[in-house]
Design a binder for this molecule. Structure first.
Ligand SMILES: [Zn+2]
Length: 184
């Protein structure tokens, strides 16, 4: 953009929000969001003063001096911590649960990769060779691995290659077919 164009653009912008075009137009008095809010000169000075210098919690200077041993939280673990023994209300628990669902879960990637169903499934799949036929009916070729105990163990004995049909109604039949190894 040339200087000339810039100047023109600038001219065009000027006055764009003047008068009626201004989003604040007409919002004087009662319509103004600040209506009725009067701060005395003294109050304003006080606020201004309180924000000056290192007292301000947002300055890095202030935070730097409170690291480690100097932190008010230093060493305050267990009973000394203000969160110790804090009981969460049902509402709070629900909120946390909601927040931790799916991708919001801090363990999301971990679960997905290592200990979740998919992880175990993959683990078994790479170690337990697919059988020619379904291990239950021995008629139809299997289509997927099925878990026997329902506990998704990282144990090859806990998995079977089943056909779709056997997999569908495997719940009851599997438990009859294989002696339950896990006591409930
Ligand atoms: Zn089958």
């Amino acid at each position: 953009m040339s200087e000339e164009q810039k100047r023109k653009q600038s001219e065009k912008m000027k006055g764009r929000y003047r008068g009626e075009k201004n989003p604040m137009y007409g919002t004087i008095g009662k319509l103004s969001p600040n209506f009725g809010r009067k701060l005395s000169r003294e109050t304003k000075m006080k606020i201004s003063e309180s924000h000056k210098g290192s007292k301000c919690p947002w300055t890095s200077e202030f935070n730097r001096t409170r690291k480690g041993e100097k932190s008010p939280m230093y060493g305050k673990k267990g009973p000394l911590n203000h969160n110790f023994g804090r009981k969460l209300s049902e509402e709070e628990i629900l909120r946390i649960k909601e927040r931790n669902k799916g991708e919001g879960n801090p363990m999301y990637n971990h679960l997905k990769e290592d200990v979740g169903y998919t992880g175990i499934h993959r683990w078994v799949k790479t170690r337990l060779p697919k059988t020619e036929l379904c291990q239950l009916c021995n008629i139809i070729p299997p289509y997927d691995l099925a878990n026997v105990s329902g506990n998704y163990l990282r144990d090859l004995d806990d998995w079977l290659w089943l056909c779709r049909r056997c997999h569908m109604d495997s719940d009851g039949r599997l438990m009859n077919f294989i002696k339950p190894r896990i006591k409930h």
